[in-house]
Design a protein around this ligand. Structure first.
Ligand code: AHM
Ligand code: MG
Length: 340
């Protein structure tokens, strides 16, 4: 095994050190972030065995091993609910996998945070062994006491106190911000620890890549089509052409653009008239992260973080990434709309 060649900073030590800057901090938010890190390790371990688990599952028709054969997105969801719900730090949860709010299990104390998550985003990629992710978003509760309410999770994204994602890729990375920079940790599977590997990530102002599902081209409005043609290199006076990269896994597409610079778009189209991605547990946490890394996120008209959510599973168009590229798309969309 290669030796580490720098100071070893575990996610625990890093979060603690950040928290020391705030004398009033109770440590609850730090603990919530470790809770997500623990959940991520459990999910990562399951994903690593995914192919094997599928083989065991299909071979064992008479062998009722219900839990082992659960689909990974269900497993990820149950894992996060279990990890987050039994800590006393949370008053309510919401997940892409649950239609309704998820209360804290009976008998467990109510905490001051509301958490939302997409337990396994891009899960169709599991079957082909491509990267998937977990996305999370944390708010301080609005309600005063007792069980958390819908209003606790339907806060505008700008009110998030922390957000992050875990990418299960060629290595497992956890990236988060609690408002003091965006930091990335890589899981060392030999010791089971997330170690600081990317401190204070900044997204380049102009990116190398654009990421969009171009099979939807004919269903986009003219503004979106024109912006993407700009990325093809058809508007050299406005923007340089870019390289195309699209995995179809938001976390992986976003992560690449965060590191290398780029823009990800899931615009509205005639089939997905409000876009495809969900505002509260997909767009908002990513928007919070990108802004803290110097980037931007819009639905084409509005800053994502300013949108007041009205429903838990509300969809939104999303244009997110390097600031000048996002501005370019927003301008082209506005100009085209004004032309009528
Ligand atoms: P999911 O939440 O059902 O996994 O869907 C979200 C995923 C994102 O990860 C990805 O950006 C997008 O759907 C890809 O959609 P498409 O296959 O239409 O390009
Ligand atoms: Mg999702």
């Amino acid at each position: 095994m290669a030796l580490y060649n720098g100071p070893l900073v575990t996610i625990e030590r890093f979060i603690l050190e950040q928290e020391r800057q705030f004398p009033d901090a109770t440590g609850e938010l730090s603990n919530l972030l470790y809770d997500f890190a623990l959940g991520a390790k459990i999910v990562a371990a399951a994903i690593r065995r995914a192919g094997l688990v599928d083989i065991l599952g299909s071979a064992g028709a008479t062998n009722v091993q219900g839990e082992d054969q659960k689909k990974l997105d269900v497993l990820a969801n149950e894992t996060l609910k279990n990890v987050m719900g039994h800590t006393g730090r949370v008053c309510v949860m919401a997940s892409e996998e649950d239609e309704e709010l998820i209360p804290v299990p009976p008998g467990w104390p109510q905490g001051k945070y509301a958490v939302l998550f997409d337990p396994l985003d891009g899960s169709s990629n599991i079957d082909v062994n491509a990267a998937v992710g977990t996305i999370f978003s944390i708010y301080r509760r609005n309600s005063m006491e007792g069980q958390g309410t819908l209003a606790d999770v339907l806060q505008a994204g700008a009110r998030q106190v922390a957000a992050g994602y875990v990418m299960y890729g060629s290595s497992v990375m956890l990236v988060y911000t609690a408002g003091q920079g965006v930091h990335g940790f890589t899981l060392d599977p030999t010791v089971g620890e997330f170690l600081l590997s990317h401190e204070n990530l900044r997204i380049p102002e102009v990116g190398m890549y654009y990421s969009v599902n171009e099979s939807n081209f004919a269903r986009w409005n003219r503004g979106t089509q024109k912006a993407v043609r700009g990325f093809h290199g058809d508007l050299p006076e406005r923007i340089e052409g870019k390289n195309s990269r699209y995995i179809g896994s938001l976390v992986a597409d976003f992560h690449r653009n965060l590191i290398a610079g780029g823009i990800f778009m899931y615009p509205a189209d005639t089939k997905n008239v409000n876009g495809k991605l969900r505002l509260t547990y997909e767009a908002n946490p990513m928007a919070f992260i990108v802004e803290h890394a110097g980037g931007a996120a819009t639905d084409g008209r509005r800053r994502i973080l300013d949108i007041q959510p009205e429903a838990l599973h509300q969809r939104t168009a999303l244009v997110i990434g390097s600031i000048r590229d996002v501005e370019f798309v927003a301008q082209i969309m506005a100009e085209t709309e004004a032309e009528g």
